[in-house]
Design a protein around this ligand. Sequence first.
Ligand code: NCD
Length: 306
Amino acid sequence: MRHLMSPLDFTVEELDQLMDLAADIEKHPSKYAHACEGKKLATLFYEPSTRTRLSHEAAMLNLGGQVLGFSSADSSSAAKGESVADTIRMISCYADICAIRHPKEGAPMVAAMHSSIPVINAGDGGHQHPTQTLTDLLTIRSLKGHLDHLTIGICGDLKFGRTVHSLINALVRYPGIRFLLISPEELRLPGYVREDFLEKNRIPYEEVVSLDEAIPKLDLLYMTRVQKERFFNEEDYVRMKDFYILDREKMQAAPKDMLVLHPLPRVNEISVEVDDDPRAVYFRQVQYGVYIRMALILTLLEVQVC
Ligand code: NCD
């Protein structure tokens, strides 16, 4: 039985197969409409979410399966003190696969250790968010045509942003990748991401503060929100929250074919006037998120569709 804890749980070849399957789902959705009939997905969300929970649920419903779950720790037995290990033992009796989001790093791994069904990490604290990364990779591959030889700017909260950590972890396996890491000094990448993912793999990268200086050099700009819920004090958050605002003027300095991605939710970091720019693909990214999660559910449940 397989789980998804980190994007590295799939080899580059397996990721290609997963994205090929997602591309086929995009082209022929009706072929997959009954593939998971009789199967259930449980969503265990101990932290707020809109997209990740609903897109896992939409993915299972699109496959003809059913969904059950909870969307906050308060409404589950976690509020009574139940452990993740006990919860997952029970959920294994109710469902065939589950997606779990938890504020504690490593909680989905604990769930996987005690589970008899496949477990998907839907975000664990400031650590990893592998299904967002699968979404990002499919978006880049579909709209750029390739995942190698790209200069990628990642901008915003690189310290707490789990989508950033997972994306870097996944992209270092493709040749010719370089990163411009754009953040205030206080929100730079954690040391382990720099050392274990970038330096160990000899990936060229630069840490810069100015978005204006970086933008003309980029093939892709991955914007992120300042992660309010992971700050220790409100004052620091208020100081950082509007550090970057991507607006029409900044986009004028960007290459004509530079794509703007964002895992969403957006707060202020992308002005709404950018939404109509054809290079802004963050809402298309959401649709790719459903296709790749459909492909992931089929793969983890070992369902073949001919
Ligand atoms: C991200 C997350 O939860 O880490 N959201 C998402 O799942 N698309 C990004 C964020 O909350 O900023």
